[in-house]
Write a protein that binds this ligand. Structure first.
Ligand SMILES: [Zn+2]
Length: 261
């Protein structure tokens, strides 16, 4: 049975938690999805009992700082280990990574990175076998950049959809309808008026996500990429979500494990 290990659940500027990134663990291996924006990626891996040596596959969904910059620390720390890692992404992310390597590291380190890391530009709607996981990437049709999500076929024939960190484009509703697990961002509670502009432009409140997705008969809705001002976030978010969503709601906190039954 696959497991999600949430290394971070916060949005791009959180300070009391880590940016959203997670491991998907299969019987065979693990896929790291996004890396957060700092060296805390290494700390949080350790907290869950893993190290860089356990990571063979990384997928980066898009090239925003809170998803990509943790990879720069992985590059740096891996120079001491020379562990071989495959990095999957779309073309835009790949180009950004290439530029970062060129701009941020001296030539000797650049050589090591090129030797130890293999970069793979994924094709849309093609099935991949990565870390023992059957995974199909797709374009989330984000507003400003190239954001890829994926559809993961689980061992028990159920499925998990990852939608990155923007509100689901209505053109994707067909893709997520009737799915077993859907991972969707929820920036803050509906009653929280601290971030009106950001929420309106790119993100949704818990209530808005739940109201919009409830008719799609998703069995389990996982809400992440949230603000982190509430100590009892799980309780508050679940309470608001349950008023507007009839099936199961999961609001993970950092380092929480979710068994995909
Ligand atoms: Zn983000």
């Amino acid at each position: 049975m696959e497991k999600l290990i949430m290394l971070g659940t916060g949005h791009g500027s959180v300070q009391n938690s880590y940016n959203t990134c997670f491991l998907i663990e299969s019987k065979e291996d693990k896929l790291l999805v996004d890396t957060g924006g700092s060296i805390q990626i290494i700390t949080n891996l350790k907290e869950t009992g893993y190290s860089l040596n356990d990571i063979n596959h990384i997928f980066i969904s898009h090239c925003h700082t809170d998803h990509l910059l943790g990879l720069c620390w992985i590059f740096k720390l891996n120079c001491l280990k020379h562990h071989k890692i495959k990095v999957y992404s779309n073309k835009e992310v790949y180009d950004s990574i290439k530029n970062l390597i060129k701009s941020l590291y001296p030539e000797t380190i650049q050589k090591m990175i090129i030797e130890d890391f293999t970069f793979i530009i994924v094709e849309e709607d093609r099935e991949y076998d990565i870390a023992g996981l059957n995974i199909t990437f797709f374009d989330c049709l984000a507003k400003e950049n190239s954001l890829y999500g994926f559809d993961l076929k689980l061992e028990n024939n159920k499925s998990l959809i990852f939608l990155g960190d923007e509100t689901c484009n209505p053109k994707l509703y067909k893709r997520i309808k009737n799915k077993d697990y859907v991972m969707h961002e929820a920036f803050c509670l509906d009653s929280d008026n601290s971030y009106p502009n950001i929420v309106k432009e790119h993100h949704a409140t818990v209530k808005k996500v739940c109201e919009t997705l409830d008719p799609l008969n998703i069995k389990n809705l996982i809400l992440y990429h949230t603000e982190d001002s509430h100590k009892n976030k799980k309780e508050l978010y679940e309470k608001e979500a349950k008023k507007h969503f009839n099936n199961n709601i999961i609001v993970p906190v950092d380092l929480e494990e979710i068994i995909l039954r």
